[in-house]
Design a protein around this ligand. Structure first.
Ligand code: CP
Ligand code: NVA
Length: 316
């Protein structure tokens, strides 16, 4: 049984398989074809944090594939202590063919992986956002062909989105740069893990956004304060003030650079209005591709289920 708790769960070939399958399903869907590849299958989603794209894209994906989805807030699931997380995982696993989780801790996703007995998808944790990175690469390849050898520059906080983007660059043979203020870069521990898994991956950290984006194929940004960091918003607005993506910054990279943002965007903070609506911006293709990617990912994971364990025995 396979899971997507982080992109480190997959080999590079498997990442490519998921991307190809998602692109194929998108092309078929464009021709009005929606094969019922998940008929009678159930997706359960449990979210501790808000979501527009992730929740709806997975629900729409499941619906287009002929399956059903169920959504629970973490309170409804009983994460507030009504019963143990392990027991919740085992109960939900008994009803579900696949589970998506949006959490604060990565550990909770690992708990589900261990106890649910069905494929688990990380729908965003404080540490990673793997579905986003998959849809991001799908989008770049759709718009401008193979990403191999391209330079992706992330401007902003070294957060969950940045980490998953860096990992997928390792899988796809891209160069990854990040421009972040001191104290908000990718951690040394994460960089060591990346270097260990992807010895050929080039990761460069900058403290100047204009220097980082010179020669970029893609400029990517995300919010300065992620979900759970609301109390730091004002402080971060000051710290990140020099890291706003503006038209001037895009122009440093040139007319062919692509602008990406996982959304939601705080227009006027990490990105200005003009950039969101610039012809180089592909943020809404990127958002739509979350659904096509969700379809490919669900189908791929379900194809790899052949060992669903019995729920009658305690799992250790
Ligand atoms: N990009 C993304 O994950 O958006 P949501 O938080 O709306 O799901
Ligand atoms: N880094 C952001 C991503 C939102 C999709 C957050 O975690 O809130």
């Amino acid at each position: 049984m396979r899971h997507l708790t982080t992109l480190l769960d997959l080999t590079s070939d498997e990442v490519r398989d998921v991307l190809k399958l998602s692109a194929r399903l998108k092309a078929r869907s464009r021709k009005g074809k929606r094969p019922s590849l998940c008929e009678n299958k159930v997706l359960t989603q449990v979210f501790e944090k808000p979501s527009l794209r992730t929740r709806v894209s997975f629900e729409a994906a499941m619906s287009q594939l002929g399956g059903k989805s169920i959504f629970l807030t973490s309170k409804e699931a009983g994460f507030d202590g009504r019963e143990t997380k392990e027991d919740i995982a085992r109960v939900l696993g008994g009803y579900s063919d696949v589970i998506t989780l949006r959490t604060f801790s990565q550990e909770l996703i690992e708990t589900f992986r261990k106890h649910a007995g069905c494929p688990i998808i990380n729908a965003l944790s404080d540490d990673y956002h793997p579905c986003q990175a998959l849809a991001d690469i799908m989008t770049v390849e759709e718009v401008s062909g193979s990403v191999s050898g391209k330079t992706i520059v992330y401007v902003g906080d070294g957060n969950n989105v940045a980490r998953s983007l860096a990992v997928i660059c390792g899988h796809m043979g891209c160069n990854f740069r990040i421009a972040a203020p001191r104290g908000y870069e990718l951690s040394a521990e994460f960089l060591a893990q990346l270097a260990d898994r992807f010895p050929d991956l080039e990761v460069e950290q900058f403290h100047s956004a204009p220097k980082a984006v010179a020669g970029a194929d893609v400029i990517y940004t995300d919010v300065w304060a992620s979900m759970g960091q609301e109390s730091e918003k004002d402080h971060r607005s000051k710290v990140f003030a020099d890291y706003q993506v503006t038209t001037k910054l895009l122009d440093v990279a040139g007319p062919n650079v692509l602008f990406m943002h996982c959304l939601p965007a705080r227009r006027g903070q990490e990105v200005d209005d003009a950039v969101m609506d610039d012809p180089r911006s592909i943020v809404f293709v990127q958002a739509e591709n979350r659904m096509h990617l969700a379809k490919g990912l669900i189908v791929w994971l379900l194809e790899h289920v052949n060992d669903k364990p019995s729920l009658s025995k305690p799992r250790r």
